[in-house]
Design a protein around this ligand. Structure first.
Ligand SMILES: [Zn+2]
Length: 258
């Protein structure tokens, strides 16, 4: 797998998005948690390097990964974590040894199976708290308020998997299952005991999905603290999200796909 570090090829908006999401005041990540990516051309993915902090991100904190080669590793049932770790490193030159994030394959799954050109993966405290409960999946049985249905939709769910190959395969499987069920990839994947992945077609869209998913998590915690959440019917939520005026509003809000 070809991994290169070429800061001149890293979109400035990816750096800006990363530092916005990494702002400690937003409590979406701390230290070197989380990672972002976007397609560069049709065949490369710019993804955050391992160990880099999102709030201090600069272009040299991203590496370029060959998308087809990474997708082949993800699809190879014989691939091992040790092999993946080796493949994620820049092989030669001044940046030899610099490594793409260990979570690169979840970005590859989102970009290939999930058809996302922008991906943001964060560990918001508000979400990690809820997805670290036994009730986690049931807490998302339906949306709680209209904007959640419109911006986030119904998240796909992945139970805890070790970051790396296992998590990448699980995310790809969850996206594939959703595609088979509805014909449309999810906008958000919740990761048990871990965080979330926002899938979109612009930086604004993945940021909007992330902040609305955090609001949806906080709303659940608040609702649970005083009573039983009154879920909206998942079908009603989907109908609302597909309504013409809401599609238009989402497009304006996120600058992304309808
Ligand atoms: Zn993570």
């Amino acid at each position: 797998m070809t991994v290169r570090l070429d800061a001149s090829k890293v979109p400035a908006e990816l750096v800006r998005l990363t530092s916005r999401l990494g702002d400690p005041a937003r409590d979406l990540v701390v230290l070197a948690e989380g990672n972002t990516s976007t397609l560069v051309g049709t065949d490369q993915l710019a993804v955050k390097a391992s160990g880099a902090r999102m709030d201090r991100a600069v272009a040299a904190d991203f590496v370029l990964v060959d998308l087809d080669e990474a997708a082949a590793v993800l699809a190879d049932p014989g691939a091992t974590q040790a092999e993946l770790t080796r493949l994620l490193a820049v092989e030669s030159g001044p940046y030899e040894g610099r490594r793409a994030s260990i979570e690169t394959l979840l970005h590859v799954a989102a970009a290939t199976t999930g058809l996302a050109s922008w991906v943001a993966h964060t560990h918001p405290t508000a979400i990690v708290g809820l997805v670290s409960t036994l009730e986690g999946p049931a807490l998302w049985e339906g949306p709680l308020f209209p904007d959640e249905a419109v911006v986030v939709g119904t998240p796909a769910w992945v139970g805890y998997e070790e970051p790396g190959l296992a998590l990448g395969r699980a995310v790809a499987g969850a996206i594939r299952d959703r595609l088979e069920l509805t014909g449309v990839p999810p906008r958000c994947v919740l990761l048990g005991n871990h965080g979330l992945v926002a899938l979109g077609s612009s930086s604004e869209e993945v940021e909007a999905i992330t902040v609305m998913a955090v609001k949806a998590a906080r709303t659940r915690a608040l609702a649970l603290s005083v009573g039983t959440p009154a879920w909206l019917d998942a079908g009603l939520g989907a109908d609302l999200a597909a309504r013409g005026d809401e599609v238009e509003r989402r497009l304006r809000l996120t600058g992304g796909r309808p």
